[in-house]
Design a protein around this ligand. Structure first.
Ligand SMILES: [Zn+2]
Length: 414
């Protein structure tokens, strides 16, 4: 099997499942912390793991430019280089190429652009995007897609989606060729050849191999397609149909959280999710705030990633059971209480709002670190609570409690 997804229980449209990869299992619904440049900013991998993350995300665009995909491969791959032996998903680089780089030019072949780091020229085709993610040793590769601008007319969104579907087919083919090659080179390795008869196994029996060394092509690795189509129902459904005809190991919803607002985002999910294959994981890219995640889980989404916990952490913004808290606010200057009295993370059990307020005022690096720590802990405990509630078929009540807490707001000043 490429990747194995096992849905265990459902509550309404919400699903509790396990996605198995060559580097371990992912409990879903899952939140993936973002390790843009092969690091979750300000956090050691051990800390990220200890907070409950099963998988992190790496960014193809950043890593292809610096340190370079071939260099990462020569250093043993992303898992080894960054000391994260657990599952990794990488994006295709398309979003950053089209939003961060200079002079991006799109053709049917792919994208050509200049690095935002040093101005050097690069190209990213569907085939190269798959090769880079292969070199990084990513467990879950994402297809290269065209990022449809928002807002877009129906005609523009249609042409863009259709190109993305053609690129998706090229990605699937390239992914299979790369992983087939790896699989064949493993079979030829002497260590993996069957033992001669009489040496412990019956003649002709294949050797028992660990999962990631299996002879099955792509074992423990997979590629996800990305549904596009902007806010147009017919285009979203055509996109799902085109991708399922190709066949992917999971399906992502792209082109959301780009300024359309939560109502429209949920409206797109309401249309798209029922058409998505039920036996594959569903991933909503780049989302989101806690209430975005909760609403998407209720609509059947299994995986999320977002820079919010660490980016907001660097900016002194904390996410809590009482909504958002700005630690730079003067009201915290003398407050000995933790960020969130309901949180048992390292930051909340050791440090006061007053101390964190001081660290941010003094521009000390520990402020962003401790606040990122809390935010990542909050997100992971949010997901654990959601998973438990789905298993108990109690998501409705659990969600109402979470929303009531966020609506009530932060604890009153002292
Ligand atoms: Zn905390």
């Amino acid at each position: 099997m490429a990747l194995t997804f096992t849905p265990h229980s459902t509550d309404g449209a919400a699903r509790r499942g396990t996605l198995s990869t060559a580097h371990g299992d992912i409990r879903t619904p899952a939140f993936m912390p973002v390790g843009t440049a092969a690091t979750v900013k300000g956090m050691t991998p051990e800390a990220v793991r200890s907070l409950g993350a099963d998988i992190i995300l790496g960014n193809t665009y950043h890593l292809m430019l610096r340190p370079g995909a071939e260099r990462v491969a020569s250093l043993g791959g992303l898992h080894k280089m960054m000391n994260w032996p657990h599952p990794i998903l990488t994006d295709s680089g398309g979003f950053q190429v089209m939003s961060l780089s200079a002079l991006c030019k799109l053709t049917e072949e792919g994208a050509s652009f200049q690095s935002h780091v040093d101005g050097s020229k690069h190209s990213l085709t569907p085939e190269r995007a798959m090769e880079i993610q292969f070199l990084l040793d990513s467990n879950i590769s994402m297809v290269l897609d065209e990022c449809t601008p928002f807002p877009a007319t129906h005609a523009v969104a249609k042409a863009s989606m259709e190109r993305s579907m053609r690129w998706a087919a090229r990605c699937r083919e390239a992914f299979d060729a790369l992983h087939q090659e790896r699989s064949e080179s493993r079979v030829q390795s002497p260590a993996l050849l069957p033992l001669p008869a009489g040496e412990g196994r019956g003649e002709g029996n294949p050797p028992e191999l660990p999962n990631h060394e299996s002879r099955t092509p792509n074992s423990g690795y997979g590629v996800f397609g990305i549904v596009q189509g902007s806010i147009y129902e017919d285009l979203r459904l055509q996109s799902v149909e085109a991708l399922t005809a190709i066949g992917f190991d999971g399906y992502a919803i792209g082109g959301l959280a780009v300024g359309e607002g939560q109502d429209m985002m949920f409206a797109v999910l309401d249309v798209t999710m029922p058409a998505m294959p039920a036996d594959k994981p569903r991933y909503m890219m780049g989302v989101g705030k806690p209430d975005d995640i909760l609403g998407a889980v209720e609509r059947g989404v299994d995986m999320f990633d977002c820079v919010i916990p660490t980016r907001s952490g660097r900016l002194a913004r904390a996410y809590t059971s009482g909504g958002e808290v700005n630690l730079k606010n003067a009201r915290h200057k003398d407050d000995p209480r933790p960020i969130d009295p309901n949180c048992s993370c390292y930051t909340c059990t050791h440090y006061s709002r007053a101390y964190l307020n001081h660290l941010f005022k003094a521009d000390e690096m520990l402020g962003p670190i401790l606040t990122s720590w809390h935010n990542l802990a909050y997100y992971q405990s949010l997901m654990q609570g959601i998973r438990d509630a789905i298993e108990a078929k109690d998501l409705g009540k659990h969600a109402a409690n979470l929303r009531a807490g966020w609506k009530a707001g932060d604890i009153a000043p002292l």
